[in-house]
Write a protein that binds this ligand. Structure first.
Ligand code: UD1
Length: 442
């Protein structure tokens, strides 16, 4: 498995460009299964989950062309298999997003129960209950979820009240309801920018979705959807990760191609902690550590528009360098503090008490051999390594390749000393990587 070797202590300076949002790209790719016409998606990030999702679509029978590096033209006009195989689903939980579109368009779908990041149990019961509210029969057969629309093969509009806010659950139900007969209302829906992005794509395809970005989404079902062209929004978590990278190294970064309004809570939290952030224009931020240094500030993860769980680990890395005691409370996922013990090995003072992590800072970090446990944990260890003195070796970085586009190249371009040590085929996604994939070599 590939590793990163980082020699820390260098302030990062310069400009970085933000890639497309992985968490928006995945549902938008799945949405292409709703129509026989071509859906063209631009600004897809060059990350491994995107390749996995593409493989999934191809396995199901869709054709995916890549005229440019970050553009996919997806045509699902010859679907014969209505299932997502275990081999792909086990590596990426978001494969479950195939369920809604297949069920809505063909009246049947089978998807293995998902795997993905090791951050708690992460069930999909809310997705399944939602499909049932739209008239589907849902069962488990040999570890697979099997769903059918018994009424003439079409789902019926209905009222879905989510017990808990779920991002991919909301997306799955939006896609399912888009082709259902009649009107659906999703209550307690997720409000993430990725939900709004998916709704925009669906509406371009001819769907009638209103209220995306609020807790109540109304969907007037239509009989068929058509092709569309859409550009994926910038990745707000990559944006936040680079903001922390600037602050934790005492450097200054200009972060281009982002959408500051999607990162409003992270920006305000970082400002509270002493990070100086200027919005140079609608798409550019300038970030540096303030003259007074970093100070501890508590944070609680919650659904959008509050502080994202996907920034919790990176924020924890920052708090190890802040003056005082900060309490970080994780309310979305259980078991999402696995990075804490790795940071402790680098000298951080962190105490875990249930869903709370108490960080005492600042502590000088020293390089160590650490292990990445999930996507965002990997990012936090990279950040800790950049701030540490000496050499840090991060094992299992395939987690970071799932969601970040060539993170080491971007970091090197702003002065980081980071290097990939390869010992497997799972490298960053280079142009030749895509070509290999297209020729079926990977
Ligand atoms: C998505 C994001 C992930 C992010 C998370 C929370 C994608 C591809 N991934 O994951 O990066 O960390 O939102 O912002 O967009 N739950 C249930 N039953 C369900 C579904 C969810 O109990 O059927 C629970 C989960 O275990 C978790 C909470 O609801 O405790 C939120 O999960 P959810 O929003 O569904 O996360 P994902 O959509 O998987």
């Amino acid at each position: 498995m590939d590793k990163f070797r980082i020699t820390g202590g260098r302030p990062l300076r310069g400009r970085v460009s933000i890639s497309g949002a992985k968490n928006s790209a995945l549902p938008c790719m799945a949405a292409a299964l709703l129509t026989a016409e071509t859906v063209t998606l631009h600004n897809l990030p060059y990350a491994r989950d995107i390749i996995t999702q593409r493989r999934l679509l191809e396995d199901i029978g869709a054709t995916v062309l890549t005229p440019e590096l970050r553009t996919h033209k997806i045509t699902a006009n010859d679907i014969e298999l209505f299932e997502a195989p275990y081999e792909l689903v086990k590596t990426m939980r978001a494969s479950v997003l195939a369920l809604g579109p297949l069920l809505a368009r063909f009246g049947k779908a089978r998807v293995s129960l998902p795997g993905g990041c090791a951050i708690g149990t992460r069930p999909i019961d809310l997705h399944l209950a939602g499909f049932q509210f739209l008239g589907a029969e849902v069962g488990l057969e040999s570890g697979d979820v099997v769903a059918r629309a018994p009424k003439r093969g079409r789902l019926s509009g209905g009222q879905v009240n989510f017990d808990k806010v779920t991002v991919t659950g909301t997306e799955n139900l939006m896609m399912a309801a888009a082709l259902a007969e009649g009107k659906s209302v999703l209550n307690n829906a997720a409000c993430e920018p990725e939900i709004v992005d998916l709704a925009e794509l669906l509406n371009k395809m001819g769907a009638r979705v209103r209220g995306a970005g609020t807790p109540t989404i109304e969907i007037e079902g239509v009989e068929a959807l058509g092709g569309a062209e859409h550009t994926i929004i910038p990745d707000r978590i990559e944006t936040g990760t680079f903001m922390v990278a600037a602050a934790i190294t005492g450097g200054e970064l200009e972060i281009k191609g982002c959408r500051p309004e999607h990162s409003a809570i992270v920006i305000s939290k970082l400002r509270e902690s002493g990070v100086e952030i200027e919005e140079l224009n609608q798409n550019t931020l300038r970030v540096r550590c303030g003259a007074a240094g970093l100070k501890a500030s508590d944070v609680t993860t919650e659904p959008h528009p509050r502080f994202p769980t996907d920034m919790q680990a990176q924020y924890m890395a920052l708090m190890t360098q802040a003056e005082g005691r900060s309490v970080i409370t994780e309310t979305i996922f259980e078991n999402r503090f696995m990075h804490a013990s790795e940071m402790q090995r680098m000298g951080a003072r962190i105490q875990i008490e249930g869903s709370m992590a108490v960080v005492e800072g600042p502590t000088p970090l020293t390089g160590a051999r650490v292990q990445a446990s999930d996507l965002r944990a990997s990012a936090s260890l990279v950040l800790a390594g950049l701030a540490a003195s000496g050499e840090t070796l991060i094992d299992r970085i395939y987690h970071i390749d799932r969601g970040y586009e060539n993170i080491e190249d971007k970091l090197v371009s702003v002065g980081a000393d980071i290097e990939r040590i390869r010992d497997s085929v799972t490298g960053p996604l280079t142009k030749s990587g895509i070509q290999e994939l297209e020729s079926g070599n990977q």
